[in-house]
Design a protein around this ligand. Structure first.
Ligand SMILES: C[S@@+](CC[C@H](N)C(=O)[O-])C[C@H]1O[C@@H](n2cnc3c(N)ncnc32)[C@H](O)[C@@H]1O
Length: 219
């Protein structure tokens, strides 16, 4: 199975482990790919909705992996059992939803989490620190006209980030597409500033001005 650059970055950071839970699995490409590569032994493909689970089931059967990848209806990690997953992947969801999952109690035995928030990435980094986790690696992945951020983390404390670090993480500064990422973020913020600068509520334009001032430090 060939993965898109975004999912490929997620799979790379997930790497080798005994067991995996893919939360919000939808098509189940991540567990199928990692299983086919021999990087995991068991997996749970979990989703909050029946439709995506049916899609996952179809793909898992097609890959002949029904005995190795279990399907699970689950809101976040709620129905993942203790010691069922060494690695947890949560990809392709909004940062608010992922942050909410990080705040809830988690099953025992998790050694690593790989997160790929579609939005609110600084919030996710902050929630990791607030919930006893540290970032161990990050990747940027360009796909079509977007650049996605993938974050690997584990349990730990003592990782100190400034407000600026939450926006431009120290872990992405050496990424080969860092400059492209900064330019893209600047473009997005400038467009949003244009859209919001005449609004009565100045908090939106002030936020975009602040972000622009941070991103401009890295050009
Ligand atoms: C856009 S898809 C992402 C699929 C895949 N993870 C990827 O990155 O390509 C988002 C999936 O997350 C599921 N989802 C949304 N909220 C969820 C939650 N609270 N718990 C579990 N799954 C959730 C949706 O049903 C959907 O299948």
């Amino acid at each position: 199975m060939n993965l898109t650059p975004r999912l490929s970055a997620v799979a790379d950071l997930a790497g080798k482990s005994l067991s995996l839970a893919d939360i919000g699995t939808d098509h189940a490409y991540i567990p199928i790919y990692l299983m086919q590569k021999g990087l995991i032994s068991t997996a749970v493909a979990a989703d909050i909705n029946e439709g995506p689970l049916e899609r996952a089931d179809k793909n898992i059967r097609k890959a002949g992996l029904s005995d190795k990848i279990a399907l699970r209806l689950s809101d976040g990690l709620d129905n993942i059992k203790d010691n069922e997953a060494e690695t947890v992947v949560i990809a392709g969801m909004g940062g608010e939803i992922i942050s909410h999952m990080l705040e809830k109690p988690k099953p025992l035995g998790i050694k690593k989490m790989v997160l790929q928030p579609m939005t609110d990435i600084p919030l996710v980094r902050r929630k990791l620190h607030e919930n006893g986790m540290i970032i161990t690696a990050e990747r940027l992945a360009a796909e079509k006209d977007k650049i996605y951020t993938v974050i690997a983390c584990e349990y730990g404390t003592g990782q100190v980030f400034s407000d600026e670090d939450y926006i431009v993480s120290p872990f992405i500064k050496d990424d080969p597409i860092f400059a492209e990422y900064i330019n893209k973020q600047l473009g997005i913020c400038k467009t949003n500033l244009e859209k919001t600068k005449n609004a009565e509520d100045k908090s939106f334009s002030a936020q975009f001005e602040y972000l622009i001032s941070i991103y401009e430090k890295f050009i």
